[in-house]
Design a protein around this ligand. Structure first.
Ligand code: ATP
Length: 325
């Protein structure tokens, strides 16, 4: 194999174990370093085309530049004949939203502050390093474990290095988390990540997805027209500071959104330990997030079944051309 990691050099001998999750091009496995017993994660991507290989190499290049406690660390990367393997720090706490719905006691606003502050710290660092994540959806926020509140931002598969003179346009992502400029195929930049942070914060506090419509076109239309509001009942006990924080992110005009540095200075994310001593309001988000996650799982399974059926059809007709592929 060929090592793709530039610095610092590492010397792992990994034993691949069970699957932790799957994505667009491959699977993430739990693994151990046979020499030290260290638990790691291996993202194994079968690059079928030169373009896919380019995308994986981009992910490695971006991750290679980042080293922050709220960003998943890349330890090593190598390439075999038709696979690229990323050896990553292992985090055992699962998706942040999964943890919230599983927890026996519901989330308080102070818990939400602690989580959002760390996301802001990770985003602030990556923006300082001129990296745009561009896919900061809830699935990409993992918990280090279930006993602490520490989180890590994962999945730099769509991330890009920001080049001031290059006008970057993208066309990917999950409709409900896309910023208006992405939907409009307009230029993306640091504020594009800040919009998604606004969506994630709104969801943490309420369990509702602010732009989600009955179908993708309705969702995209809601994004384009910036049609969102604070559901009165769900946000009844949410602080004015939290609402101000979100209102300063979900703004159509990119330059109007708070930057990550400004978010970290916002009153909502400050004096958290003082606020924790006061009355700690329980959020209504847990029950609604459960519904949201169940719907997401249903959608994922539906897509998987539809794909399997399509595959079966291709198999029975014996040719790919029958579906116009
Ligand atoms: P997607 O197509 O959804 O963007 P992807 O192929 O880019 O996915 P990731 O999002 O990086 O893959 O990982 C897929 C899933 O694997 C994650 O949602 C998470 O549940 C799990 N996972 C990824 N990295 C780790 C890790 N370091 N430790 C533990 N679990 C992980």
């Amino acid at each position: 194999y060929v090592s793709l990691k530039t610095s610092p050099p590492s010397d792992f001998s990994i034993h691949i174990r069970e699957v932790l999750g799957g994505g667009r091009f491959g699977k993430v496995h739990k693994c151990t370093d046979t020499k030290t017993g260290l638990r790691l994660a291996a993202k194994i991507i079968s690059s079928r085309s030169a373009r896919e290989r380019e995308m994986v190499l981009n992910e490695i290049e971006v991750m290679n530049q980042l080293n922050h406690s709220n960003i998943l660390q890349l330890f090593d990367a190598f390439e075999t004949k038709n696979q690229v393997v990323l050896v990553l720090e292992y985090v055992e706490g699962g998706e942040l939203f999964e943890r919230i719905v599983d927890e026996s006691c519901p989330l308080t606003e102070v818990d939400a502050m602690v989580f959002v502050k760390q996301i802001c710290e990770g985003v602030h660092y990556m923006h300082q390093m001129y990296v745009l994540h561009l896919d900061l959806k809830p699935e990409n926020i993992l918990c280090v474990n279930r006993s602490s509140h520490q989180i890590k931002i994962i999945d730099f598969g769509l991330a890009r290095r920001y080049k001031p003179r290059e006008k970057l346009r993208i066309s990917f992502g999950t409709p409900e988390f896309l910023a208006p400029e992405v939907v409009n195929f307009d230029f993306v930049s640091f504020p594009t990540d800040m919009w998604t942070l606004g969506v994630v914060t709104y969801m943490l506090l309420s369990g509702l997805s602010p732009f989600l419509g009955d179908d993708d076109s309705e969702t995209l239309n809601n994004v384009l027209t910036v049609s969102w509001y604070f559901d009165e009942e769900t946000f009844e006990h949410v602080s004015a500071e939290a609402k101000d924080f979100i209102s300063n992110l979900l703004i159509k005009e990119r330059s109007g959104r708070l930057s990550a540095a400004q978010c970290l200075k916002h009153p909502w994310l400050n004096n958290i330990s003082e606020k924790a001593k006061g009355s700690n309001i329980i959020l209504k988000s847990q029950v609604l997030l459960r519904k949201y996650m169940a719907r997401r799982l249903w959608k994922k399974n539906y897509i998987a079944i539809a794909a399997a059926n399509r595959f079966k059809k291709i198999g029975s007709s014996g040719s790919l051309t029958s579906l116009g592929v």
